[in-house]
Ligand binder design. Sequence first.
Ligand code: ATP
Ligand code: MG
Length: 132
Amino acid sequence: MSLLTAKNISKRFGGLQALTALDVTVEEKSIHSVIGPNGAGKTTFFNCITGFYHPEEGEVIFNGEPIQGMQPDRVADRGIARTYQNIRLFANVTVLENVLVGMHRHLRTGWFGAVLRFRAPGARKRKHELRR
Ligand SMILES: Nc1ncnc2c1ncn2[C@@H]1O[C@H](COP(=O)(O)OP(=O)(O)OP(=O)(O)O)[C@@H](O)[C@H]1O
Ligand SMILES: [Mg+2]
């Protein structure tokens, strides 16, 4: 089973057909690139996968579960992290730490611990795992 399958995705903005019957399959532990000229529909595709846009047609399956129509926070809960075309990086931390910010939903620190700056049990080990 593929980790991510997008089937027959079509997205229209008024009279402009941005995506037409797009199929994409991503296997676990693989790296893919989406390339194309300006306006090709790359960002629209990412927005459809991550719940920012809802395609008129098609299906997105992540980890065996249909996720199309879900709101972005629900999609993020399931493990899809993204960045944006106009990025706002944290200037005072490293590149790696900027990437790790995208995983904050999957870290275990609660608001109480965050306010009082407690370290969650096993935090050091977990931090090490995330960096791998
Ligand atoms: N919210 C929107 N409303 C109307 N049209 C849009 C919207 N978002 C994207 N489009 C149009 O859809 C098409 C695809 O745009 P998209 O931003 O996905 O392209 P892209 O491949 O990411 O381009 P770039 O390389 O410039 O980032 C373009 O014609 C764009 O103008
Ligand atoms: Mg783009």
